[in-house]
Design a protein around this ligand. Structure first.
Ligand SMILES: [Fe+2]
Length: 278
């Protein structure tokens, strides 16, 4: 019999991490004395996660926070957190000042979000794009819970900062939400006695040439779910913000608003890309 031909791997990194993953998984099975029945249950569960389109959801809920931690270990500037499963690329391009696209009857208090994107020493960074996305006041995302035919890119935009690195964006206060819980991810949480809530937050990816991309979220203070986000570890104290309520009747009239509104100012700091020595 001929000896098996040696196969040279095309992707040594894949080979290395897959072997380690298998080793970890096998040890986990040994240490926890996983039964054959439990193994079959896990296989059926994973198949259902795929069938129901929840692969990104379940990975982002349970694992992405650690990927983010490793990717940004030791990073300077604004602290990062997960992207999550509800990002949609190619949102409308807008220039600050602007208002995020929304339905004519968009519910919830108006929020004026502003700030400056800066380098680590505080210099403003014109030329930056803020890719913003958020849920509506009822905790729903366009493309996922709000049909595209009704409101494509609702409360999503790629906003170019002005020549002073400043952004001024009119939007709505986001609401807290439960991640989809009708499928296997929700069933898993329920079986463990865990809720599916995320505290209200705004998502952003911030990019500028010469600087590392920043993916993060800011979380609304006083949200009942801040301490127990279903995405364990995603909320970081430096990312908790306190929108200021404004209800002066003259001010409201001037802004053509009939309900109290909120303002939120938050500066983002980007880390320069360090050229690696050849
Ligand atoms: Fe979110």
């Amino acid at each position: 019999m001929k000896a098996a031909k040696t196969v040279t791997t095309e992707d040594p990194r894949l080979s290395e991490v897959f072997d380690k993953l298998l080793g970890t998984l096998r040890n986990f099975i040994r240490e926890n004395r996983i039964t054959h029945e439990e193994y079959r249950r896990a296989v059926a569960f994973l198949a259902e996660v795929g069938q129901k389109g929840e692969v990104s959801l379940i990975c982002d809920v349970f694992v992405e926070v650690t990927v983010d931690e490793v990717a940004n270990n030791g990073r300077g500037g604004t602290i990062t957190t997960i992207e999550g499963p509800f990002y949609v690329p190619n949102a409308p391009a807008m220039k600050s000042p602007c208002e995020l696209p929304h339905r004519p009857d968009e519910k919830g208090p108006v929020l004026f979000l502003s700030g400056v994107v800066r380098s680590p020493n505080g210099d403003p960074l014109p030329g930056t794009i803020l890719d913003l996305w958020q849920s509506d006041q009822q905790g729903r995302y366009s493309h996922f819970d709000i049909p595209e035919a009704v409101a494509p890119y609702n409360l999503r935009a790629r906003v170019a900062v002005d020549h002073n690195g400043k952004f001024d964006v009119k939007t709505r206060l986001p609401g807290p939400y439960e991640i989809p819980k009708a499928g296997p991810t929700g069933a898993l949480l329920a079986a463990m006695g865990r809720h599916a809530w995320r505290p209200a937050h705004l998502h952003m990816k911030i990019g500028r040439q010469g600087y590392r991309n920043l993916t993060t979220q800011v979380f609304m203070n006083n949200d009942p779910w801040l301490e127990s986000d279903v995405v364990e570890g995603a909320v970081k104290s430096a990312l908790i913000v306190d929108p200021v309520k404004h209800d002066d009747p003259d001010d409201l009239r001037q802004k053509n608003l009939t309900e109290p509104y909120y303002t939120l100012t938050y500066d983002f700091f980007l880390e320069p890309v360090i050229a690696k020595a050849a």
